[in-house]
Design a binder for this molecule. Sequence first.
Ligand code: NAD
Length: 494
Amino acid sequence: MTQTQSDTGILAGEQRMLIDGELRHTDGGALFDVVHPGNEQVVGQVSDGTLTDMDRAVGAARRAFDDTEWSRDLDFRYHCLMQLHAALERNKERLRRIVVTEVGCPVSVTGSQIEDPIDEVRHWAEHGRDFEYLVDTGIHKAPMGTARRTISYEPVGVVGAITPWNVPFYLNIAETIPALMAGNTVVLKPAQLTPWSGSELGRIVAEETDIPAGVFNVVTSNANGVGAALSADPRVDMITFTGSTATGRAILAAAAPTVKRTMMELGGKSAHIVLDDAKLEKCLPMAAMVACVMSGQACIMASRILLPRSRYAEGIEILKASMEATSVGDPWDPSVLQGPQISETQRQKVLGLIKSGVDSGARLVTGGGIPEALPVGYYTQPTLLADVDPDSQIAQEEIFGPVLTVTPYDTDDEAVAIANNSIYGLSGEVTGVDTERAFCIARRLRTGNVTVNGRSHFGITSPFGGTKQSGLGRRNGAEGFKEYLESKTIGHPA
Ligand code: NAD
């Protein structure tokens, strides 16, 4: 069954995979269902790729890297990626409908999921075109006489890209386009819940660009084993992964025997330190909105609010009112800010963690269940838990739901200690009128990124990534491009 509903906007995406330049189904034609989280209906299918399909895709990517000019022809790569940029612009509204259909994210917030990644394609094409691939480091003294040393930046080889479901089109672009522009070939394995954001990209590459066969492959599959095979394959030189820390650990273990380069963007449990001089009426409604806008399914969301004890009651009242004012509902309604969770499994995980918080002594201030007016669709009430013990499960585990926890603190040092009391280190936030004090506290957080006074750290020109168990390596910025290059130092006569 394939539904295309113009009244709701629901749109089914490409069913076929892209392997070695061919849009194709798996042998035997097996498909798996795609569900719209807003109404729980099956809205179409996609190819259920197998280990054989992954084997073909990796073989094609290997041949395209080893036997074609792709890795050496910078001008051609620029041409192909600018072509892709134009093609994505043409397909923009179709891609938007597909993302809302399979993710259930509100159409009102798709700018960062559609427009931004399309712009990033052009950014990486231009960055790669202007990058200095040969760097003369001058004359160096060496035992056998002086040597001039030149650094040659070269593509890593075959890159396997494994992506999650929360911002699938954006991450499919973020993981594959800088890799391609750097001269690598790619096999993309999209998440099971959001396969069309990957298969559509494959279709557009095949039908609307000159990207040669084997350079870009997409294998959709309902089986985790197919992603695991990609991580273990000795013909793959690098894995770039975004997803949970648990899966990241499994991929690292699978990649270890062949010592693959890995780039990991994993889970987060970020804290927002609200200082005692902060304007609560300004920063807390924004904190509540950020928690709800993608149904809390955002890796960088500051889900732990740390309030000074002197302003604790005041802060909780503002957060409560803001959470209760959030518009939850049909993601196709442009006035809605919070849509459903991606699946019933995810919703049950969120509700289970809320219960564990209450069981461990937290106070349920608002929410905690399923909105009465929304019995169909995987909706969850915006939820606020106060008096949360920083060591409890709800304060330590990633919830991935519209849930904020609040913990009081007495001194700045204590706030920093609570914020850093986590296996994660992805992001963080500090708010206070004294910007210098807030900036100093931001520097003490053991995370890859921090927002001070609402000023976003996130953007294509700035490195992004996690410390501790939130990841390895950086996306974006100059660092993000170099992740897909090996440096080779060549010593030669002066
Ligand atoms: P997940 O780890 O369950 O799955 C991610 C991908 O890994 C999927 O494509 C899945 O099919 C694949 N996979 C599962 N098991 C595998 C295995 N053994 N070997 C290889 N591949 C395997 O994550 P998810 O639930 O799809 O996404 C949510 C998670 O992603 C959250 O933890 C979130 O914090 C994280 N995330 C992180 C960032 C970041 O930039 N740090 C961004 C977005 C999401």
